[in-house]
Design a protein around this ligand. Structure first.
Ligand SMILES: Nc1nc2c(ncn2[C@@H]2O[C@H](COP(=O)(O)OP(=O)(O)OP(=O)(O)O)[C@@H](O)[C@H]2O)c(=O)[nH]1
Length: 656
């Protein structure tokens, strides 16, 4: 043992892996656990024996809740990576927010050793999220794999995200095996689901494995099929090193970034000098390793075909760019093809609760964004909240999860402004165009919207939406889409019970509660998927809110003219509820240009404020004045009216 160069913690972990790897009873398919595995585990993980033919890199893709994480649990158990348990654990959903909400938010990579037919295979699995808002995670995971397991719930059949994820895998030219899950359910309709998979995806029924991830039925058979049917990576160790960066996370325990990589060519070891294709910066590799539940395990190296991590002497969080190619310094290579990052759909301003905390706020956002490549960030500022960030998300759930992770993982309490989409406007006038640098502006921040006088036309983002619904719910869904300015493009029956509706819809109409409404009217059976369809001409206005004719900048909203009145009314009422009477009359108005769309009044106190309000009880009055004095810095003075910052926050908290 003396010659082994690892820490006691690593030794413990390795011996833990050894026990797991060596537990013969957990291998359903291996009579004799190969002695090589034992040796490997004792010496840390020596990767050189896992040549490409002994490696399978695959991800599990499916619609929301079809059982990806549960299947990952079973595969980890069957390969001895985790002990067997009757509990529903979903061990790869490690984030607090994933556990609380029961949904996968982050793709998680994990390695397993699987002895099969006198060989030990290294299986690298990536569990992916199912919700459309996290499709970047799926795209990234696919870029590190050669194949995908497409899981379909036997009771629900093919859903919108099953199709979307299958198409993503096809775009990446991947081998896909289809699996039907939840065959234990009474409502399971296995034959119907097989027919759907055959007709929708052209996959053959005889190759579709029927499993119950919950109770393990046929999961062992699936492991065999993973080795038999899925292709190994076709990469060479003798080529020049190329590492594809598909994820990264900042670890506060080591105060460094853990960079997830897929090695496509060559070998990488600790001590290697590597360079980034995107930034041109160079680093020294400090550690290489693989992810084994529950943590990472150091390896001697990573070879072509392996999926694992590296830790480098990166100085700044921004040094790691997901989608980057690393190579040996001085030995230039062609960059690897990177994945397409979807466009941000929803934008909101994020501000620290207290401006003095701006630095930690900024650092937390940067660290979280490193692990969430779907977000787009630019610095901003606001009269009420000071310096902050304007952040673009793939959807509202994405925004909610980001906010929750800021709170739970970074202890950051933040103020967020109304979520909105990015509109476009065409402006006129040579000078104006020169000032803005372009004739067509794309703007998500209402404060940046130009003066109406110089706007020639406005455009809004449109999506192509696919709604899969029980046929009897189609009429009500059509009404909902009409109300949201949708245009029906196609309608057809998928089978005797389900209809597919294809709509063109304004993005602004679907990002808020459309999905919830759809679920409600279809009792949870309706599914929705959408993709960007560019911009179309529209009638977008800037809705402004004023107190005694002075604008409250932070409440301005960009919206379609048709929605302005409803929003205006809601916000003015909410402001009235949150602002106390003062010495002057307060007039709260919602305006588009000079037209008032909604108005609320707050009458002033009578002359003797104290006497009238407190019936001569001067002690209470003094207390009130003292409290007001203390809270002065949390007040915002608008047209000489003291508007508590909390009133503005309360208004911002409402959903559009
Ligand atoms: N009856 C039954 N329930 C299952 C089976 N597999 C998963 N489930 C249940 O289905 C629910 C969703 O399972 P998950 O594994 O979280 O699904 P997921 O696809 O990972 O979910 P997201 O990542 O959030 O999209 C959980 O309540 C599981 O217990 C199965 O084979 N049979």
């Amino acid at each position: 043992m003396k010659s082994f160069n690892f820490t006691s913690l690593f030794l413990k972990r390795t011996l833990g892996s050894l026990k797991r790897i060596y537990a013969p009873c957990r291998f359903q398919h291996a009579q004799n656990p190969p002695p090589l595995v034992v040796e490997r585990a004792l010496r840390s993980i020596k990767m050189d024996t896992f040549e490409a033919p002994l490696v399978r890199n695959f991800c599990i893709i499916a619609h929301v809740d079809h059982g990806k994480s549960t299947l990952a649990d079973r595969l980890l158990e069957l390969t001895g990576a985790i002990p067997k348990s009757k509990e529903n654990r979903q061990v790869l959903d490690k984030l607090d927010v994933e556990r609380e909400r029961g949904i996968t938010v982050k793709a998680a990579a994990v390695s397993m050793f699987y002895p099969y037919k006198n060989q030990t295979y290294l299986l690298n699995l990536i569990d992916t999220p199912g919700h459309v808002d996290f499709s970047t995670e799926v795209a990234r995971s696919l870029s590190a794999c050669q194949s995908a397991i497409l899981l379909v719930d036997a009771a629900q059949g093919i859903q919108a995200q099953t199709v979307a994820n299958f198409l993503l895998a096809c775009d990446s030219f991947m081998e896909v095996i289809a699996i039907i899950n939840k065959i234990d359910l009474k409502e399971a309709k296995v034959e119907r689901t097989i027919a759907q998979i055959e007709s929708e995806f052209g996959l053959q029924a005889k190759n579709i494995i029927q499993i119950s991830a919950k109770n393990g039925t046929n999961c062992g058979k699936l492991l065999e099929q993973i080795v038999e049917q899925l292709p190994p990576p076709n990469y060479s160790r003798t080529g020049l090193l190329r590492l594809f960066v598909f994820d990264s996370v900042f670890s506060s325990s080591i105060n460094s970034t853990i960079i997830n990589v897929a090695v496509t060519d060559g070998i990488v070891r600790a001590g290697d000098k590597i360079a980034s294709k995107l930034s041109g910066k160079t680093y020294t590799v400090l550690e290489t390793g693989i992810f084994m539940y529950p943590d990472r395990v150091k390896t001697d190296a990573l070879y072509a075909g392996h999926v694992g991590y590296i830790i480098c002497d990166t100085k700044h969080i921004q040094d790691t760019i997901v989608g980057d190619t690393f190579y040996h310094q001085g030995v230039d290579v062609e960059p690897l093809q990177t994945f397409k990052v979807p466009k941000a759909m929803v934008f909101a301003g994020f501000f620290p609760f207290d401006e003095v905390q701006y630095n930690t706020f900024e650092q937390s956002i940067e660290r979280l964004a490193l692990n969430d490549t779907g977000v787009r960030i630019v610095a901003t500022s606001n009269p009420a909240f000071g310096k902050g960030m304007r952040i673009g998300f793939l959807g509202l759930l994405h925004m909610e999860i980001f906010n929750q992770r800021l709170e739970s993982e970074f202890s950051q309490q933040v103020i967020t402004t109304f979520p909105g989409v990015a509109y476009q406007c065409r402006i006129v006038g040579k000078d104006n165009i020169k000032e803005y640098g372009t004739e067509l502006l794309t703007i998500s921040d209402p404060l940046k919207w130009p003066d109406t006088n110089i706007i020639r036309e406005t455009l809004e983002p449109i999506v192509d939406g696919q709604i899969l619904t029980p046929t009897q719910c189609a009429p009500i869904i059509k009404l909902i889409c009409d109300e949201r300015r949708g245009v029906l493009k196609e309608e057809y029956c998928i089978d005797e019970k389900r209809t597919l509706l294809k709509y063109k819809l304004p993005l602004a109409e679907i990002v808020y509660d459309f999905f919830d409404q759809l679920k409600q009217v279809t009792s949870g059976y309706g599914t929705f998927d959408y993709e960007d369809s560019g911009y179309e001409k529209s009638n977008i206005v800037k809705l402004r809110f004023c107190i005694n004719n002075e604008e409250i900048d932070e409440l301005s909203v960009l919206c379609h003219a048709k929605r302005a009145q409803t929003i205006g009314k809601e916000v003015t009422v909410k402001l009235k509820e949150n602002i106390d009477r003062q010495q002057y009359a307060i007039k709260i108005e919602a305006k588009v240009h000079a037209t008032v769309l909604a108005r609320q009044n707050i009458p002033p106190y009578k002359k003797d404020v104290g006497a009238k309000l407190y019936g001569g009880d001067k002690t209470r009055l003094l207390k009130l004045l003292k409290r007001q004095e203390e809270g002065k810095e949390r007040m915002r003075s608008i047209a000489n009216i003291q508007v508590p910052r909390d009133a503005i926050i309360a208004v911002l908290k409402r959903k559009l």
